[in-house]
Ligand binder design. Sequence first.
Ligand code: NAD
Ligand code: DAU
Length: 350
Amino acid sequence: MKKILITGGAGFIGSHVVRLFVNKYPNYQIYNLDKLTYAGNLFNLKDIEHKDNYHFIKADIVDGEAMQHLFEEHNFDSVIHLAAESHVDRSISNPMEFVMTNVIGTVNLLNAARQQWKNDFEGKRFYHISTDEVYGSLGETGFFYEDTAYDPHSPYSASKASSDHFVRAYHDTFNVPVVISNCSNNYGPNQFPEKLIPLFINNIRHNKPLPVYGKGENVRDWLYVVDHARAIDVIFHRGGDGETYNIGGHNEWTNIALIKVMCSIMDEKLGRTEGTSEQLITYVKDRAGHDLRYAIDSGKLQKELDWVPSLQFEEGIRLTIDWYLSNQQWLDEVTSGNYLKYYEHQYESR
Ligand code: NAD
Ligand code: DAU
């Protein structure tokens, strides 16, 4: 019997992780702690919310006292920490939110775990979910490895880098048993439509412009979200203490090539003449500090823990487009209200 605190479980990746753990491990008690910001949506977990081993806690990780009390009350033996502010563009408009949640929130959880576990670390684990963006930007060749030096460029990646450093410092200074993974760009169902893939699917559907930053030549390494959740399962159970694992899809695309593939599949699915959706492409001002290329070497995870992605990109992107097309209500709900204000502000000056 394990009592696992999963933070950010109502978000995109967190909801896939919670679902996997609740269904696969009926003898674990899973506590999903989430503040339910604009990015958190309990509707993502409708299919498992009634399960006996699932519990939801609405709380803010920035509230250190609340975190201490929750650890005292529930005596969690493990943490899988995903809660974060996650969108780079929002970090450019409002860096402090990212400092508070991503840095202070992470340290609050480390303190609460350390205090509760009181140096008895048998069976305990603090698993911190991070990003490849901490490594900065690659040129046209090469990969990020686990020992690549940190070189973050956005307030988002700087806040994630800082949180990674704190996690390692708590391991080295206080012996808190930690593990960290740094993953490349995820895509799939339930991703908030501020991120490239769901934003563009939604805009194509509604014949709205597709705002491509700069020349569209930036490269990202895309991984299907369920494969990230599978990697988290493997690392949580078998990753080494104090170790870091890179997770990626070996699936690099320039933004513009990816967008053209999406346009073509959407034309097919919506019964439009080939080439119709591409006409929506609109080049806009580049993102400030825009990293050119990310590419992960996940050889350590593959060799040591035997993880490989299960889906080819062609299959994953079709599944993803099908999901958004058949979940219009989900999209409508998350794109109303505050999101509309964000969208107008983000794209008005471009
Ligand atoms: P998301 O924005 O979809 O979800 C974040 C969740 O955290 C939301 O449910 C939100 O309500 C919750 N949250 C935010 N602030 C909180 C707070 N103060 N207290 C409690 N809950 C709070 O993010 P995501 O894309 O699912 O990313 C999850 C994690 O994975 C993040 O740590 C992110 O840095 C990391 N990551 C994301 C990607 C990606 O491509 N999306 C890739 C690598 C790593
Ligand atoms: O690499 C992992 C990271 O991937 C995660 O840590 C982040 O949480 C996640 O948001 C993602 O960051 P990116 O900045 O790479 O993702 P995003 O979907 O915002 O953008 C992908 C690329 O598309 C990037 O080069 C910027 C570009 N872009 C994005 C948007 C939203 C556009 O050209 N136009 C847009 O409107």
